[in-house]
Design a protein around this ligand. Sequence first.
Ligand SMILES: Cc1cc2nc3c(=O)[nH]c(=O)nc-3n(C[C@H](O)[C@H](O)[C@H](O)COP(=O)(O)O)c2cc1C
Length: 503
Amino acid sequence: MSLDSLSEFIDCLDRAGELVRITHPVSVDLELCEIADRVMKSPDGGKALLFENVTLFDGSRSAYPVAINLYGSMRRMAMSLGVEDLDSIGGRISELLEMKVPEGLIGKLSLLPRLMEVGKFPPRVRGGKAPSQEVVWRGDEVDLGKLPIIKCWPEDGGPYITLPMVISKDPTRGIRNVGMYRVQVMGPRTLAMHWQRHKVGAAHWREMAERGETMPVCIAVGADPASIYSASAPLPPNIDEFLFAGFLRKEPVSLVKALTCDLEVPAEADFVIEGYIDPRDPLITEGPFGDHTGFYSLADLYPQVHVTAVTMRQRPVYATTIVGRPPMEDYYLGHATERIFLPLLKLTIPEVVDYHMPAEGIFHNLVFVSIDKQYPGQAYKVMNALWGQGLMSLAKVLVIVDKDVNVRDPQEAWWIALNNIDPERDARFTMGPVDVLDHASRAFTYGSKMGIDATRKWPEEGFTREWPKLIEMDDATKRKVDAMWAKLGISEGSQWSTGRGPR
Ligand SMILES: Cc1cc2nc3c(=O)[nH]c(=O)nc-3n(C[C@H](O)[C@H](O)[C@H](O)COP(=O)(O)O)c2cc1C
């Protein structure tokens, strides 16, 4: 059974002992962030938190509880998508990608159930009153100050919606996009939309602004957990994130028409903020914001959103997150993407065996990639291919290793990589687009990248010296020591045993 709403997800976490309910009053002004930060820094990401007594900026009590760190552990991330292991989703994608039409009628018929399953995924627009529209504030009734929107860090430009699903439509093709872009509260009915220039929502806006068209935009907060995650997934612009969420859930996402603009929003959302961007408006200063790099991102100009309505459930929960010095909750969201997207990466770069973006690398700063090297120069081929793929094009440092290195263990990956390189020979620099949040690049969103070929070097690559063997104890000795271990009076083996190494 898929989880259909945020409250179902919260109940599920509660039953699994993954949730702490906090009844002590806690302010949206920095306090909630400080508590969540301490919890997110605990081993394995700590528990999810439900703040039931939240104080707003004006000192009054919020009518709505606040949930945070819902996705912030491997276990909860998997629970949110209804799986034991995130790699199993990658497995489902591989199966679909490898679907070959079998010979003969019986063989073809055997494909039907799988094809019908694919047909179940597209979102369905329902009629009647949706839970997300049980309560409606329109026009002047709207006061965003009544929502428990948190200010995270002392020098943030204001309160921010941090776990939103920002919904827009491609004005030419009509394809929907759902992106997780932070949104700053600028006034009771005004927001600043921080979609970075490489993102799909920003492309929709550029196109509409050029044509002088008013852009409808909706910001949903809280929904089925797969939809919330999908907003953060780097899908190509022609794939609707609600379709992807349907695939993850194995059930379609239920949508409803927004009340004041021409978009569809999740019928099970906790809150939906409806509004528009007027192309005649000047851009507005957004930020600074304590970002996932661990630094404040600088204030910059972004479009302003005029809010026309806020709709909500009768008893909504406000879902949020914080970013900052890693590790934080977003590491687990990014990790899910890493696992789920591996088969798609292999589709275009088949020699990729595995890849990993360690928490300290903030996704775009460092990517370890293991490859099945079959010919000289292949590490460079993989680097160039990765820098040509969607948001992977923003990767700052790529480290390519051989297939037997476990890239999901950064200690192992660095150990092998640093041993294997002659820095001058094996590092290459190139130029390209750089993440908006990169504060060190020579220009905003433009700069250099480094690729490190840490694979074993081949004679054809000019390496004529002998390549050494890895140290490994022989099996017979290992077995003898296993047998005597209990008698030695040593409680644990060292984690640095030479038995540990590349697979
Ligand atoms: C917690 C969190 C906050 C994020 N904030 C932003 C943001 O403010 N702006 C942005 O462009 N991307 C942000 N991202 C990354 C995007 O969600 C991600 O790149 C996603 O793929 C964008 O969707 P799109 O490909 O449909 O544009 C954030 C991701 C997470 C997990």
